[in-house]
Design a binder for this molecule. Structure first.
Ligand SMILES: [Zn+2]
Ligand SMILES: [Zn+2]
Length: 161
């Protein structure tokens, strides 16, 4: 007997039931390996609708993941939820409808390459490292990231010119 997996369905059972509409919240550990940084995955939700057609079953789903990430600009931790949908057709030649792979693939592309805590995140000061969202620092950096600006900065002359 095959081990019961909530993402694997016997084709004939699905047809007999006339389809399925399921919402699952699996242990993140089950799909964590689909993520570049498995520890980032805090919560996972999957919605799955199986529709019976003439000679196939259509699986439509949504994968929703809560990820713990860091702002690409200031490095502060942040938690965001990402989701994506998928659909996959299983022909009536299969014995089992195994949705694990398509769920894994969908989950694997959820992580953004870059994420910001806020659209206007000010980032960290290149000179002193202060998180400039929290408090302004006195460093000169009109052109942030410019080496010219850094070269002109002379510590120890608070009075300026
Ligand atoms: Zn930020
Ligand atoms: Zn600074």
């Amino acid at each position: 007997m095959q081990e019961k997996d909530p993402f694997v369905f016997k084709y004939e059972d699905v047809v007999a039931a006339g389809g399925h509409d399921i919402r699952l919240a699996p242990e993140p550990a089950l799909f964590a390996d689909a993520f570049e940084n498995p520890a980032a995955l805090k919560k996972l939700e999957i919605e799955l609708i199986l529709s019976v057609g003439g000679d196939s079953v259509l699986a439509e789903g949504v994968v929703r993941a809560e990820l713990q990430l860091e702002c690409s600009r200031c490095g502060e931790p942040l938690t965001r939820t990402f989701e994506d949908s998928f659909d996959e057709v299983y022909p009536d030649t299969v014995e089992y409808i195994d949705t694990r792979e398509v769920i894994r693939e969908t989950a694997g592309i959820l992580s953004p390459i870059k994420v910001l805590c806020a659209e206007d995140c000010k980032g960290r000061c290149l000179v002193c490292g202060t998180n400039r969202n929290k408090k302004p620092c006195g460093c000169r950096q009109e052109k942030s990231g410019s080496f010219e600006a850094l070269k002109d900065f002379k510590p120890g002359h608070p009075g300026g010119k």
